[in-house]
Design a protein around this ligand. Structure first.
Ligand SMILES: Cc1cc2nc3c(=O)[nH]c(=O)nc-3n(C[C@H](O)[C@H](O)[C@H](O)COP(=O)(O)O)c2cc1C
Length: 226
């Protein structure tokens, strides 16, 4: 395979995994994923991401605290969540939500089952490890953009080593719990989490794949301006 085919293949294989085996990932492999991800560009090369990797009993404690807080229905994220998904964004969101629920047999209106499935976020979908991605608050939106690039690099580097991942904004919706549990400074914004580990390839939730818009829907070509 040439370089283009190798990259295309890794991007094709990556998907958001929502059921993991408990088998831990070797420390050396995690370090290698981080080393590769670190190569991503950032504005002024500030590299604003600071990553906390939780495993062992730490991920269990974090999960316990998140599940407790989630039951209170009080959410707080350091960076604002989308206000609304309108039009095409609403349609795309609906399509992937339906795929997810259909894969595990949750029908429209089964809100209790949907809540339980949503709660899996706070169990990190059974993953043995989670990376909490934080950014320096003073770097604002561009710091968060740089972290987004880091998240992509992490998911792709992991895929290249047969490690599955899922980025999770849900974890940032309880940033107060994450901050207190992991003793994170107020100078940092909690951007999102990435749960990772070996995929449970027997679970139906890992079987569906999301679609992508046609280029004509997302790209405008401008060659001359009158
Ligand atoms: C920044 C970010 C946050 C996300 N947060 C969540 C989340 O909280 N829970 C979840 O189940 N999926 C989450 N996802 C996964 C998306 O739903 C998924 O990437 C999208 O539907 C495309 O599917 P794919 O990753 O399988 O290609 C998140 C993805 C990104 C990039």
């Amino acid at each position: 395979m040439n370089d283009k085919q190798i990259l295309d293949n890794i991007l094709e294989r990556r998907y958001s995994c929502r059921s993991f085996l408990q088998t831990p990932v070797e420390q050396k492999i995690i370090e290698e994923i981080l080393r590769i991800s670190q190569k991503i560009p950032s504005w002024c090369n500030a590299q604003p991401w600071e990553v906390i990797i939780c495993g062992g009993s730490a991920i269990k404690t974090l999960s316990k605290n998140l599940l407790l807080e989630n039951s209170k229905n009080q959410y707080h994220s350091d960076i604002p969540f989308p206000l609304e998904y309108k039009g095409i964004y609403r349609e795309r969101r609906k399509e992937c939500g339906l795929q997810l629920y259909e894969s595990v047999g949750i029908k429209k209106g089964e809100s209790e089952k949907a809540f339980l499935q949503m709660n899996e976020n706070f169990k990190f979908f059974g993953a043995p490890h989670v990376a909490i991605i934080t950014s320096e608050k003073s770097l604002g939106t561009y710091g968060a953009i740089d972290c987004g690039a880091f998240v992509s690099a992490f998911t792709l580097a992991a895929t290249s080593m047969k490690i599955s991942t899922i980025p999770q904004a849900a974890i940032a919706s309880l940033s107060n719990v994450v901050r207190e549990t992991l003793n994170i400074s107020n100078e940092k914004d909690i951007i999102c989490a990435i749960s990772f580990g070996y995929e449970n390839n027997k679970h139906p939730i890992n079987k569906f794949r999301t679609s992508r818009a046609k280029l004509s829907e997302v790209v405008n070509w401008i060659d001359s301006i009158d």
